[in-house]
Design a protein around this ligand. Structure first.
Ligand code: AMP
Ligand code: ZN
Length: 437
């Protein structure tokens, strides 16, 4: 195969040199970290007061892990390391109530992020002649702008289509001759269903590739999308705390995601003991960013479960590969690409006095898309035979949830005491989506 490298010198850099580069960049990152209120306190507490206190990559192990809660506690500026006038953008993570986790970017940070994204996109064989339809949410979510800038950096014609509205998506694919798509894997499958319904002939489209990310999916799902849409599908992994997409991506070999080790230091630890797992074993991915000055984050617990491949990829890149993310070490749900914690739902419904004591969140597949139903009991003084107040309550729950978690679930009301009560730990979530990862 004729492999494409965006930055061959870096992508095929011998491991020893790559590690030297990591150390150099880590020291730089520590210099920025020491300018943030959060890390200044944390690092000085363990005797790191200057970047020169980091002598080898192993010194990273002395630094405690950073968690999502730390980021929330540091809101809004606890992790900012440059003067505010040098910040040009912020993004924040989905899946948080009240206090979001926010990431700031300098102009150079954005350039670097676009460059990593370009590296990802180019490594799948795309180029200047491609027309790229970015069918993912723009806005605070990083998937939209991240891929957008990367696509432009490669020189593709980028269509900022945004998510949803399949009829409009097909029209754009036909009008502009789209060759590359980006969407969540569930939306890619949904697209195929809609294509049949809308009577769109695959022959009228020239799509060749699709990037699928933001949520877990299995190899079988990839194969299914590839067979149905007749495209090559590449897995894209990232998280807003680490810029967003562009952290790890599949190359033309489609066999694991190269994590860009000149931009991130990756560790995999046992989520219970927090000790490193043996090479090749599954554990929780911990990441240190090396390519951002405005918001340094060291040893971030991603909660994503994965493993390293132990062999080098056929494409010749020396950056290690991650296995598909197989799940999370916390209870976060991903509904059509949007992160939701069950605790966010509980917070909303339990604050309403009309709501009773028991609830259940059901997640299932509705065709290709995910569907969430929130079943909740009503308080004992509400009669189930009076439809009007019940409908009003349903609407109220729905709207408040939509405002809080950015998705609008189905709401079902049940008589007080009628939902099943488990004898042990309460079961609040029933996720019936096939676990085929
Ligand atoms: P966000 O910070 O909102 O971009 O969400 C990031 C989270 O989405 C990650 O921590 C993963 O749990 C999930 N995610 C992103 N990309 C993938 C992928 N390719 N496979 C599985 N999960 C993913
Ligand atoms: Zn490769």
């Amino acid at each position: 195969m004729n492999y494409q490298y965006w930055d061959p010198q870096i992508e095929k850099m011998p491991r020893k040199e790559l590690e030297e580069l990591q150390l150099k960049k880590l020291k730089e990152e520590i210099r920025f970290a020491l300018r943030t209120p959060f890390y200044k306190k944390r690092l000085s507490g363990i005797g790191i007061n200057s970047q020169d206190d980091i002598k080898t990559l192993d010194d990273l192990n002395r630094i405690p892990f950073t968690t999502k809660d730390d980021l929330r506690d540091g809101f809004p500026y606890g992790f900012l390391s440059i003067p505010k006038e040098d910040v040009v953008r912020l993004h924040s993570s989905s899946g948080t109530t009240g206090t979001p986790t926010v990431i700031y970017f300098s102009r150079d940070d954005l350039k670097r992020w676009a460059d990593y994204m370009a590296r990802c996109i180019y490594s799948t064989g795309c180029g200047k002649n491609d027309v790229f339809q970015n069918m993912i949410t723009y806005g605070l979510f990083t998937g939209g702008l991240g891929f957008h800038q990367g696509g432009e950096e490669v020189g593709m014609l980028v269509i900022p289509a945004g998510a949803g509205n399949t009829a409009r998506q097909f029209k754009m694919m036909q009008d502009y001759g789209t060759t590359v798509l980006h969407a969540t894997p569930s939306f890619l499958l949904h697209l195929e269903t809609k294509m049949k319904e809308a009577g769109v002939d695959r022959e009228s489209l020239v799509i060749k590739r699709a990037f699928g990310g933001a949520e877990p999916y299995s190899e079988d799902t990839r194969k299914r999308i590839e067979a149905l849409l007749k495209v090559d599908v590449y897995n894209s992994y990232g998280l807003s705390e680490m810029n967003g997409p562009g952290v790890a991506f599949e190359c033309q070999c489609k066999d694991g995601l190269h994590i860009w080790e000149d931009g991130y230091i990756a560790e995999i630890v046992n989520p219970d003991t927090l000790e490193p797992v043996k090479n090749g074993e599954i554990g929780e991915l911990v990441l240190t960013i090396l390519c951002r000055e405005a918001t340094p984050i060291l040893r971030y617990r991603t909660r994503d479960l994965t493993a390293f491949y132990t062999e080098q990829c056929k494409c010749g890149r020396t950056h290690r590969r991650l296995k598909r993310i197989t799940g999370r070490s916390d209870d976060m749900l991903i509904i059509n690409g949007v992160n939701v914690f069950p605790s966010q739902i509980e917070e909303v419904i339990m604050s309403m006095k009309e709501v009773g004591n028991n609830y259940l969140i059901v997640v299932e597949k509705d065709g290709a898309l995910d569907r969430m139903t929130v079943k909740t009991e009503v308080s004992a003084d509400i009669f189930m035979d009076d439809a009007r107040p019940l409908n009003a309550l349903k609407e109220k729950i729905k709207e408040t949830l939509a405002a809080s978690i950015s998705i609008s679930p189905k709401v079902e009301l049940h008589e007080s005491g009628s939902l099943p009560v488990s004898e042990g730990k309460a079961v609040r979530v029933k996720d019936t989506r096939p676990k085929d990862v």
